[in-house]
Structures are given as structure tokens and as C-alpha cells.
Design a protein around this ligand. Structure first.
Ligand SMILES: NC(=O)c1ccc[n+]([C@@H]2O[C@H](COP(=O)([O-])OP(=O)(O)OC[C@H]3O[C@@H](n4cnc5c(N)ncnc54)[C@H](OP(=O)(O)O)[C@@H]3O)[C@@H](O)[C@H]2O)c1
Length: 178
């Protein structure tokens, strides 16, 4: 189910991928897991606006703040992650993840990389890991508590800098885990 501020816009995207579309409020009203994926500077306002409809449904934040500067891409300037700040705005358990997964790659199947998910609520994290495992060819990895979202969101800037420097499409694979 794809949500948008505009139901028709949601349906346009949904038709492209064989899904259903609805206005954000309707899209989340019957969900098991809601993915918070508006552009990053709208993530907190969107979470706050949907808090009542969301109720206790787990929220997976994939948003990363990014500052483009003359020395390269930098993470957002707030020491706390967007996900931690979103947790203060909604009653539902917030988890964070999938930041290192480039949307463009998903059009070509499951990319050969791992995905990270972090959070403080075991049930919500389990659902997000289940989703993450479906979209990458690698592993969906539990990256610890919600505070790990600071590092995961920050990794987006690293990936942007790698892509620019090496003119590539970086993804992440973790070694050394059983
Ligand atoms: N692109 C990637 O590869 C990637 C990878 C990992 C994580 N992310 C994260 O995923 C999120 C979405 O990325 P994206 O590339 O899809 O961004 P985007 O195309 O710029 O925006 C996604 C959607 O955000 C909604 N939006 C825009 N302005 C808004 C506002 N003022 N209030 C509420 N909603 C607004 C729009 O949906 P409607 O107009 O339909 O409501 C828009 O289609 C970002 O937070 C990003 O950090 C992206």
C-alpha cells in the first residue's frame, strides 16, 4: 500500500508497481507496519500529523537528513536521529532502517547488499527486519537500539560521498558475522 498526501498521486505510483494507493491517513489505518518515507525535511511533520491515525502501529523511519556542502555530503546537524525525534512525536514504537539501500536499485530486483534495522521495541524491529529481508539479497541485520539510527542515518552521507568519488552505486555488506 502506497500513501501520499494526494490519493491520486499514490495510485499513480502504486499502479507502476502493482500495489494499491491511498491518502496517507487511509493507507496506514489498517497496516501492520508503516514506513515513514517522505523527503527527510518533512519526516517529522508527517509523523506528527499521522500520530493519531497511527495509534500503536509500528513505524519504520527510513529518512536521513543530508547537508550538501563544499566539502561533500554531511549528516544532519542535530545530534539525535530523525527516528529518535519521531519517537517523541508518536505513541507507536519507532524503528529505523534501510537507509543504505538506494531506491533506484529496487527496480532491478533485490540488490546484493545487507540492510540494517535498529529500534528499542522487539516486536516492531522484528516486523521491520522481516520487510528488510524481502528487499535485499543479503541479510537483514539487527543494528541495536534506536539510538543506532544516528549512525545509520549518517551513513547516507558516507554513501553519497563514495558514489560521487568513485562514480558508483555503493551498497553495504557486513563480514565476520556468523
Ligand atoms: N531515495 C533513496 O535512494 C533513499 C534511500 C534510503 C532512504 N531514503 C529516504 O527515504 C525518504 C524518501 O526519499 P525519496 O528519494 O523518495 O524522496 P522524495 O522523492 O524527495 O520524496 C518522497 C515523497 O515525500 C513526500 N513529500 C514531499 N514533500 C513533503 C512535505 N512537505 N510533507 C509531506 N510529504 C512530503 C512526497 O509525497 P507526496 O507528495 O506524494 O505526499 C514525495 O513523493 C527520504 O527521507 C530519504 O532520506 C531514500
Amino acid at each position: 500500500m502506497i500513501g501520499s498526501r494526494d490519493a491520486e498521486r499514490a495510485w499513480e505510483k502504486a499502479r507502476e508497481v502493482g500495489a494499491s494507493g491511498a491518502a496517507n491517513e487511509d493507507a496506514i489505518s489498517d497496516a501492520d507496519l508503516v514506513v515513514l518515507a517522505p523527503k527527510a525535511d518533512a519526516a517529522l511533520a508527517t509523523a506528527a500529523a499521522l500520530a493519531d491515525v497511527l495509534g500503536g502501529t509500528p513505524l519504520l523511519s527510513v529518512a536521513s537528513e543530508l547537508r550538501v556542502t563544499s566539502v561533500g555530503a554531511l549528516p544532519g546537524s542535530d545530534p539525535r536521529s530523525l527516528a529518535e525525534r519521531a519517537q517523541e512525536l508518536v505513541g507507536a514504537p519507532v524503528v529505523a532502517g534501510l537507509h543504505s539501500l538506494a531506491a533506484g536499485k529496487l527496480a532491478h530486483g533485490r540488490p546484493d547488499e545487507d540492510a540494517f534495522v535498529c529500534g528499542d521495541d522487539a516486536g516492531a524491529k522484528g516486523l521491520a527486519l522481516e520487510l528488510a529481508a524481502k528487499v535485499v539479497a543479503g541479510r537483514a541485520l539487527d543494528a541495536g537500539p534506536l539510538a543506532s539510527a544516528r549512525a545509520l542515518e549518517g551513513m547516507t552521507a558516507v554513501i553519497v560521498n563514495l558514489n560521487k568519488h568513485y562514480k558508483g552505486h555503493a551498497g553495504v555488506r557486513v563480514t565476520g558475522l556468523p
